[in-house]
Design a binder for this molecule. Sequence first.
Ligand code: COA
Length: 254
Amino acid sequence: MNKLKTRIYQLALGRGMQVPPQEIEASLAEVVQYLWKRGGWSWLRGILLRRRFKRCGGRLFIGKNVEILYPRYISLGRNVYIGDYTTINGLSREGLWLGDNVRIREHVWIQATSSLASLGKGLVISDNTYIGPRCTIGAGGGIKIGCNVTIGAAVDLLAENHNFANADLLINEQGVTRKGIVIEDDVWIGNRVIILDGLRICRGAVIGAGSVVTKDVSPYTVVVGNPARAVRRRTSKLRPPALQEPTLSLRFSG
Ligand SMILES: CC(C)(COP(=O)(O)OP(=O)(O)OC[C@H]1O[C@@H](n2cnc3c(N)ncnc32)[C@H](O)[C@@H]1OP(=O)(O)O)[C@@H](O)C(=O)NCCC(=O)NCCS
């Protein structure tokens, strides 16, 4: 019975997604009900709407009340999941790319352009990356997120700052600066983290819940707090730290 449950679960998750190795505790009926509730209508919506995108590499799941603006600027890999009540505005200079098995949960807000006078750069989210519920991704300066990145709930990625040096003018009349954010492969970002513009979060880093990241984070380093400070390094039995070079395999194979 467990084999059957695992098989159904694996089919629903799609190629490249791992079913957890332990036994599935839920009954077969519960597994089917869960998969239908999470994926059924979303899968049907995906079939109806996939042609509106610039490209779509395979299965697409779109939740209820999802708002997609300028889908012609958005390229999708296969098996992309977009959760209920999420808003994605594709308008940008380089477009938005969501790789294979990218999962974007409920109530996420993604935008690169806040004013038609100056288009933002765009966004790449690479394969197998997870974006938790209620995240805010402002990709004006461009945001690149690597493979196998896990981003918790209510995380803010803010790739833009308002200029405010001149106190004689309104802040909203002084324009913006944009540098961009890079998050390399295999990073875990806890809930309610804020990442400011111009930063690179290197491969294998972990960012504790509630942290405000104001400086680059080195490879395999755990940072916590506001402002975020390093508390330890993750160790590897296979590779000495010197070999743990930052590598970013941003990939879009759809
Ligand atoms: C960062 C984290 C992974 C723990 O890492 P860790 O290496 O095991 O860290 P430790 O628990 O040993 O804590 C090290 C120090 O950092 C502090 N610390 C840990 N997490 C912290 C956080 N989120 N904010 C501020 N300080 C934190 C600890 O109090 C400790 O301080 P001390 O040395 O003065 O006692 C964990 O605390 C965390 O924040 N997890 C995120 C949970 C989450 O968001 N889950 C959602 C799922 S996506």
